[in-house]
Design a protein around this ligand. Structure first.
Ligand code: HSE
Length: 419
């Protein structure tokens, strides 16, 4: 009998158990073998659970059972998950985790341990929930030189931004609703302040470029400053405000990863991905671009990705599929946010005349030779908001200073995502 175990019986862990019993015969058929859920590790008591006899409070029970081939880690957080998974790998037991914080912080160590013991550290569920992205990026797109990845990688914030625009809901009410649906992290600031998306872009960057990108090296800004006016003006300018996590390869070989709210023009389908859905755009020299969309959070969508990793391990036990990136020792292959060249979505503070703002801005850009500017680059609506063409940071700073000198108070500006 091939057994698997589940660590953590929260939203995702209980989803894995539910999905296994719901689709057991199909799952076993795909795995090519009878399977059994051997253990559920959780410190809490679940006396009324139909699986009450499977609960254990110690990892040693699982490590001692030779029939356990793979362990699904759905606990969240770095410890004790890291210690447990390192113990499993050192016993030759493969692991499948949905824990992005763990992979973003300890991925290189876990992958090295898996390699050393000829087993796998799978983490398909750690990015994009239900969306297949780890395997496609690692395997299906392996022949490409990846140049850029852009994504909506956090379902909670996408849900909040969408609810603000479509239902006029306050930020707090939308967050409460996302939490009720089980989308949000244990600590909602991880979603709202961009840390969850940061961990996910760290994982995709490490996978795409082969060196571990640590969260501390990634400029991260969340959605707390986004207002209903921003959302409405972006909509009027044919775009949407989205929390975008991205990584770009620069001309000198370094990479620039970041997370921030961006104006996404409607020409890019990412702007139309709403609610809890995530979308990831991967650009490569052979494929041009490919999009991966689906439910980015939630019990069964995330459990689907964990279960797929379990099936892969049961079917190909001891075949090493894990990608392995390395800890490069330094993070000097990562460029800072000041090197980002981007256009600006600018929203003026007072109800000013949009046409006059545009005219002034056009004048500044031309007079200061700030950027190659044409009328087409600026759009204006009833609200005083507009979009500029791409500029360097120095150019942006100069422009903002000029606007301030002239008494044009800016309520908010955010970068424009390349279409
Ligand atoms: N809190 C995360 C989100 C869950 O909202 O996307 C999935 O990682």
């Amino acid at each position: 009998m091939k057994k698997f175990a589940v660590l953590g019986y929260g939203t995702v862990g209980s989803g894995v158990v539910e999905l296994f019993y719901k689709n057991r015969s199909k799952i076993e058929e795909k795995a090519g073998s009878p399977m059994e859920l051997g253990y559920i590790l959780d410190l809490r008591e679940f006396p009324d659970s139909p699986y009450a006899e499977k609960f254990t409070k110690t990892i040693d029970t699982i490590l001692a059972d030779d029939e356990v081939k793979v362990v699904a880690e759905c606990m969240g957080g770095v410890e004790p998950a890291f210690t447990y998974l390192m113990q499993c790998l050192s016993h030759g037991i493969s692991v499948a985790t949905s824990n992005k914080e763990l992979i973003a912080k300890k991925g290189a160590e876990l992958l090295a341990e898996a390699k050393a013991h000829s087993c796998n550290c799978f983490f398909e569920a750690s990015v994009g929930g239900a969306i297949p992205i780890i395997r496609p990026l690692h395997r299906c797109l392996a022949a490409n030189e990846i140049s850029e990845i852009y994504g909506i990688l956090n379902g909670t914030t996408n849900y909040i931004l969408n609810k603000m625009l479509t239902d006029g809901m306050t930020f707090e009410d939308a967050l409460a609703k996302a939490q009720k649906h089980g989308y949000a992290e244990r600590e909602p600031s991880a979603d709202v302040d961009g840390h969850d998306a940061c961990r996910k872009i760290c994982i995709l960057s490490s996978l795409a470029f082969g060196k571990h990108v640590y969260p501390e090296s990634v400029y991260t800004k969340g959605i707390r400053e986004i207002t209903l006016e921003d959302a409405a003006d972006a909509d009027a300018l044919d775009g949407a405000v989205k929390l975008i996590a991205f990584v770009k390869k620069l001309g000198d070989g370094r990479i620039l990863p970041a997370v921030m709210p961006m104006f996404v023009p409607h020409e890019n389908m990412i702007s139309r991905v709403d609610g809890v859905f995530n979308c990831i755009e991967v650009c490569g020299d052979a494929i041009d671009r490919a999009y991966f969309c689906g439910r980015g959070a939630g019990k069964l969508p995330t459990a689907s990705a964990v279960m797929a990793d379990i099936i892969e391990e049961i079917k190909h036990h001891k075949t090493v599929f894990s990608q392995d990136w390395v800890d490069a020792g330094t993070q000097n292959f990562i460029a800072g946010i000041d090197e980002l060249v981007c256009g600006m979505f600018i929203r003026f503070a007072e109800a000013q005349n949009a046409a006059a703002c545009c005219e002034k801005l056009t004048g500044y850009l031309k007079a200061e030779n700030l950027a190659d500017f044409s009328e087409d680059c600026v759009s204006a609506v009833d609200h005083a908001a507009l979009i500029t063409c791409p500029m360097t940071k120095a150019q942006r700073d100069q422009l903002l200073a000029k606007l301030a000198e002239d008494g044009l108070n800016i309520a908010h500006w955010m970068p424009v995502m390349d279409a």
